[in-house]
Design a protein around this ligand. Structure first.
Ligand code: ATP
Length: 876
């Protein structure tokens, strides 16, 4: 058993030791595991710590990055917002007051009132959309609010062209005091006030404006003035800002009006700035809560605080208001002439009429004006300085650019003192001319005869056209042109500025002028001859109004500001016209036909020259217009009639030129010295220089027709003052005899003897006597001269004598009872018509008043009445 016990013990021991061993192993393993676990824990903990640090670092970096990004974004947004604000409120809309001045623009801007306080230093302007966009209600602190209103108004004024913003003030509490700083605008009507009881009327008026603008300006084509402006770049209506200060309670009707305006006004440029009155929130209404410091707010910025700008300094307001008022008083800036010109020049046909714009309507649309069968002629009126001449230039420019010279011809006459039409003819500085112009008459105010000459010339042209029409069996120009396409039938436009001068005088000139005008006006319409008559004041032209049939032909009426009577009696449109505008009326001035036109500036040489030079370079021929300048003394050498004179083998009868006639073709006045009784010439009057000039013209024109020995010339000079001129002439004449006081008897005796001879002379003898009334030698010399005058011409001895008075000539002929027919032709200088009656047919006297460098010529063999002539300059 012991064995078994010991065995058992041993077994137990073995078992125990085994278990111990196992336990020890397990313990070791457990320990090792523990150690590893502790180690892992340590490592994990360390790793976790390291990760936490890393994450924290990463987070910090990221946070820093985000923060930086945020800051950058915020800066960018703030910058962008500021830039956008600058764009939305450029110049006067946003500039600080210390650097502020008006910067007119035709598009509405938003207006700065202060700055938005963002958590960022960038300055972001707080802007209010007023013009074209909405209305502003200012509430809160009254004094601060006043400054906000003043700032808004000044900025609005400064962003628009002068007069483009009109302010109407309603300030019942302070009777306008709230807007007192803008008072300099009042005289120019840029600021008007409505009295304490006038709110209803003001709202009524504004509602009326909105209705009118909707109906006639936007006319269904545009939804707002802003849209119209964007589409056309024009702004036909001003912005109207009604400033309602401390209004108090409104009646129901006023409330209704106000609500309507708040809803509809902005589209029509009618805006309300309201202070001290509750207004419910609504679209397009900006509410500004005025408060000092950071407590101000504006509705469009939500809860963002706003710091309001201080109000504009008084000197800035005063200077701006003065400038605006002055600019408004001076009128709108001129429109450019180019706005009337077509894209391509000389493309139109004038077969049925002439149509060209004269300017823009208030809506900015060009207003075409037509001359045709109806209306055929135009009457323009405007007091001096209102732009009549400018309007004529603008019209001519628009026509000349559209119609080539083959389609249109101008004849221009200016009775005004000055040379406004001279620019169309070649001048000393500018050699170009307007190719359409055929005739220019300037400085003609004392030469009304030139007006007559033009009318006679047009009358002739009318007859020529009527004959051609008859030949082609047609009745008007359009048909004639169709039948005769090769013919030259331009429409003729004759412009007579200050035409009342032509129709003044109550004399033969006036009568003939009115008759001719009436005929031309009546028959010219169908033959393409159009008259444009302009005058400072048509109301007093009796010759015109006395002929209703004549006036009726002028159905196109153009009235410049304050023109009288040119429109129909009840039509007062011209009274309220702004400067540089005209009423164009193609229906004899009837109110319904009024069209208001803004006329571009065409008077400016520079503007005109560009057009004229362009058209001149395209001129179809090289014929400049005939320029008649009443102030210029013509030269014999330039006379076409003189240039045509040449010595002929068989001289029919010598022609004597005397001076230039006042006519369209610059003809010379002439008399013919045939071998017949009475063919002598008398120059009458005391003006030595002119008398000498006429005798020189006569003698030189005679000399031009004879070969050197073909005629004989004798000069008898009895006036020492005439001696230099007579001697100079003598030097120019071939074979010229010279006689004075001492030897006068030689030439008189000889010539008298020759005159009585029974045989005709083999060559003519021209006896030029200066101061024939001063003959020496008593009765015998006088008798000899009478013999020469009576009998000489039959024997080819002709006297060209100067007597210093009509009565002296009469004496030379034998006294009051003697016959005057030995003097067949005379030229009178400073001699009145009544003194000339003995030398004039019938019992009439020529209607003429003497004036410097003009003479009256009469040739009994060809003239019905005397003609005014201009002596050629003595030096010619
Ligand atoms: N549409 C216009 N735009 C700009 N300036 C103008 C315009 N019309 C006229 N003017 C200017 O006004 C002035 C007077 O114009 P204009 O000579 O045409 O007047 P008028 O009526 O013919 O005067 P007057 O009969 O005294 O000659 C000129 O200096 C002219 O340049």
């Amino acid at each position: 058993m012991p064995d078994s016990t010991s065995q058992q013990v041993m077994d137990i021991r073995a078992g125990l030791s085994h278990a111990l061993g196992a336990a020890s192993t397990a313990l070791d393993a457990a320990r090792a595991g523990y150690t590893r676990a502790v180690d892992r824990l340590r490592r994990v903990t360390e790793a976790a710590e390291a990760r936490r640090h890393k994450v924290a670092a990463a987070r910090d970096t990221r946070l820093a990055e985000i923060d930086q990004q945020h800051k950058t974004d915020l800066a960018a947004y703030a910058e962008a917002a500021a830039a956008a604000a600058d764009r939305a409120a450029p110049g006067a809309a946003g500039d600080p007051w210390d650097d502020w001045q008006p910067t007119p623009h035709d598009q509405a801007a938003e207006l700065r009132i202060g700055r938005l306080l963002l958590p960022h230093p960038e300055d972001v302007p707080a802007l209010v959309p007023l013009l074209d966009r909405g209305h502003v209600v200012v509430r809160g602190d009254r004094a601060t609010g006043d400054e906000v209103v003043a700032g808004l108004l000044l900025r609005a004024l400064g962003t628009a062209p002068p007069g483009g913003v009109q302010i109407i003030g309603y300030d019942p509490e302070h009777l306008g005091g709230g807007l007192a700083r803008f008072a300099p605008l009042a005289p120019a009507n840029v600021l008007t006030f409505v009295g304490p009881g006038g709110l209803g009327a003001l709202l009524d008026d504004l509602t009326g404006q909105v209705r009118r603008i909707n109906e006639t300006v936007l006319a269904g084509e545009y939804s707002s003035l802003r849209e119209l402006n964007l589409a056309t770049h024009r702004r036909p209506e001003p912005w109207r800002i009604a400033v309602l200060l401390g209004v108090g309670e409104l009646s129901r009707a006023e409330q209704a009006h106000l609500q309507r305006l708040l809803r509809t006004g902005a589209a029509c440029g009618v805006h309300l700035v309201i202070q001290g009155m509750p207004v419910p929130a609504g679209e397009g209404i900006e509410f500004i809560t005025a408060a000092p410091g950071d407590r101000a707010r504006m509705s469009s910025a939500g809860s963002l605080p706003v710091r309001l700008d201080p109000g504009p300094p008084q000197p800035v307001v005063a200077a701006a208001c003065r400038r605006i008022a002055e600019a408004v008083a001076a009128g709108p800036a001129p429109v450019a002439l180019d706005s009337l010109l077509p894209q391509v020049e000389w493309q139109e046909t004038s077969a049925t009429g002439l149509t060209a714009p004269l300017g823009d309507s208030p809506l900015g649309v060009p207003v075409p004006v037509t001359l045709s069968d109806y209306p055929p002629h135009a009457l323009i009126a405007g007091p001096s300085g209102t732009g009549k001449t400018n309007l004529i230039y603008a019209w001519m420019g628009a026509l000349a650019a559209r119609y080539s010279p083959a389609e249109l011809a101008f004849y221009l006459l200016d009775f005004k003192e000055g040379v406004s039409f001279a620019r169309f003819a070649p001048g000393r500085r500018d050699q170009t001319w307007l190719p359409h112009v055929r005739l220019v008459g300037v400085n003609v105010n004392t030469d009304r005869e030139f007006g007559l000459a033009l009318l006679r010339f047009l009358g002739e042209e009318l007859r020529r056209r009527a004959d051609a029409a008859k030949q082609h069996e047609v009745t008007n120009l359009a048909e004639l042109r169709a039948e005769d396409p090769e013919g030259s039938w331009p429409r003729i436009v004759a412009v007579i500025d200050e035409f009342q001068v032509l129709l003044s005088g109550r004399d033969a000139v006036e009568k003939e002028a009115v008759d001719l005008l009436e005929d031309l006006a009546r028959r010219g319409r169908s033959q393409g001859i159009h008259l444009i008559l302009a005058s400072q004041d048509v109301s007093g032209i009796e010759a015109l109004w006395g002929r209703p049939a004549l006036v009726a032909q002028f159905s196109l009426r153009i009235a410049l500001p304050r023109a009288r009577r040119v429109l129909a009696e009840q039509n007062t449109a011209a009274e309220s016209l702004p400067r540089y505008h005209a009423v164009v009326n193609a229906d004899s001035g009837a109110v319904e036909a009024n069209r208001v036109v803004r006329v571009p500036a065409a008077g400016d040489r520079e503007r005109w020259n560009a057009l004229q030079h362009r058209l001149w370079r395209r001129r179809p021929d090289d014929h400049p217009p005939r320029l008649f300048d009443g102030d210029v003394v013509p030269r014999l050498a330039d006379s076409p009639d003189f240039r045509r004179l040449t010595p002929a083998e068989q001289m029919p009868a010598p022609v004597v030129l005397l001076g230039e006639t006042i006519d369209v073709e610059a003809r010379s006045a002439r008399t013919v010295l045939r071998r017949a009784p009475g063919r002598n010439l008398a120059v009458l009057g005391t003006r030595t220089e002119e008398a000498c000039a006429i005798i020189a013209t006569a003698a030189l024109s005679l000399a031009a027709q004879f070969p050197p020995e073909g005629a004989r010339y004798s000069i008898l000079c009895l006036d020492p003052d005439a001696r230099p001129a007579a001697a100079a002439l003598c030097a120019q004449l071939p074979e010229c005899g010279w006689y004075e006081h001492d030897n006068a008897d030689w030439v008189l005796e000889d010539a008298a003897a020759e005159s009585e001879a029974s045989w005709p002379a083999d060559r003519p003898h021209f006896l030029l006597i200066y101061a024939a009334d001063a003959l020496p030698g008593g009765k015998s010399a006088a008798d000899q001269l009478r013999t020469i005058l009576r009998q000489g011409p039959e024997r080819r001895i002709h006297v060209l004598g100067w007597w210093r008075g009509a009565a002296l000539l009469r004496d030379a002929l034998g006294g009051p009872a003697s016959r005057t027919d030995p003097i067949g032709s005379w030229v009178a200088l400073d001699v009145h018509g009544s003194e000339l009656s003995p030398f004039y047919p019938g019992t009439t006297t020529p209607s003429w008043y003497p004036r410097p460098w003009r003479a009256l010529h009469f040739d009994r063999s060809v003239h019905r009445g005397a003609e005014v002539i201009i002596p050629y300059g003595a030096g010619s």
